[in-house]
Design a protein around this ligand. Structure first.
Ligand code: PLP
Length: 371
């Protein structure tokens, strides 16, 4: 018998959202017409674009001081775009400090260093004590304990590759610089005080919707007004904020998918409920790994990600063996990021049923007995 498939990647499996997306493709909101056939200036589409904005504001608690802009591109594009949009051309090059925390902060840093070469910004780096990024970076800049010679501090709230979560709830208000945060892999894992940030961005593919859609939440006073000819108008924060993401044809199917997921979250208790479930899933998984004799969680306890726990085999032989063992039991996509060597990783995003999490635990236990 084929086992039930339990993917541990980041789609909305485990929620009825996948079915609702399919339904939208067949018959969008009872119109008898596929969403793919709708012109993007139709009233129904405009209504759903408004719904996207109001759901985000209501669920997360985002004030009108911020613009919420959907973009038809990945989160990586914003590693460049936030600088070229916000650090205006002609102004003195503004200083950005990058808090190194893992793979994704380094990717963003590399992009900033390219722009530094052409005078668009000045970059400094807050180094990490651990070259493998298995602990927390220096958080004192975010807690008002140390001065920082920069206008912006760039952080990654959850390092998806290493499985490291910044305890971002401890970030204090009114810091003497703007915090720019990549929330790609932990947005909506629990309550978030947006007012502490200048800019938040994320790719939708981690638990919200399809890849290729990114969302920027930016305090309106930071939106660059001066036209930078190096930024396409379709990627201009000012233009798209003004046009509500409709300067050009949006990836509406992806936006609708996010709306459906947001509606599901709201219906299931909002971010307080999501946080409780996220903690429960993570506690179970780390408990199971902690009890294992074959695998260990390399990240120190205070830094462990709730949405994507990473674990490693003590002996290399158990890496491929365990992957095949999981696959035979329907546990799919638990291989870690290609840059993190022989590591394994579980995506525990919103909607991942406890049933699947228990099935993983059972598989691990069974493997321990047989391997
Ligand atoms: N930032 C983080 C934390 C990620 O996990 C990822 C990858 O999924 C990205 C950025 C890159 O996103 P994209 O592939 O949409 O460019």
């Amino acid at each position: 018998m084929t086992p039930q498939k339990r993917p541990f990647s980041s789609g909305p499996t485990g929620t009825p959202v996948t079915e609702s997306i399919i339904q939208s493709i067949r018959d969008f909101r009872g119109t008898g017409i596929s969403v793919l056939d709708f012109p993007h200036r139709e009233e129904l589409i405009l209504d759903r674009m408004k719904a996207f904005d109001s759901l985000m504001r209501r669920i997360v608690g985002i004030s009108d001081e911020y613009a919420i802009i959907p973009f038809s591109c990945g989160c990586s594009d914003h590693f460049n775009l936030w600088i070229t949009n916000v650090l205006r051309v002609g102004a003195r090059p503004r200083k950005i400090a990058y808090l190194r925390s893992g793979f994704w902060s380094d990717k963003a840093l590399a992009e900033a260093q390219r722009l530094e070469k052409v005078g668009e910004c000045e970059v400094s780096v807050i180094e990490h004590a651990d070259p493998q990024f298995r602990s927390l970076p220096d958080m004192s800049y975010l807690q008002m304990r140390r001065p920082l010679d920069a206008d912006f501090l760039y952080v990654v709230a959850n390092e998806t590759t290493q499985g490291v979560r910044l305890p971002y709830e401890t970030i204090t208000s009114n810091l003497p610089f703007h915090v720019v945060a990549d929330f790609s892999s932990c947005f909506l894992e629990g309550p978030l005080d947006v007012s502490k940030y200048g800019i938040i961005f994320l790719g939708a593919q981690k638990g919200l919707g399809p890849a290729g859609l990114s969302i920027v939440i930016i305090r309106r006073d930071l939106i660059g007004q001066k036209d930078n000819p190096h930024v396409p108008l379709s990627k201009s924060y000012a233009v798209q904020a003004k046009e509500g993401g409709l300067y050009n044809t949006p990836n509406f199917l992806a936006i609708e998918s996010v709306c459906l997921m947001l509606e599901w979250i709201e219906k299931h208790g909002g971010l307080t409920a999501m946080e409780a479930q996220s903690k429960e899933r993570a506690a179970y998984v780390y408990g199971a790994i902690g009890a294992s004799k074959r695998f260990y969680a390399p990240v120190v306890e205070a830094a462990r990600s709730r949405t994507n726990p990473v674990f490693c085999p003590y002996e290399l032989i158990h890496f491929e063996q365990f992957l095949s063992f999981c696959k035979e039991r329907g546990i799919e996509f638990v291989k870690g990021h290609r840059s993190a060597g022989n590591s394994l990783r579980l995506g525990l995003f919103n909607g991942k049923p406890m049933e699947s999490v228990y099935a993983f635990g059972k598989t691990l236990e069974e493997f321990e007995r047989t391997a």
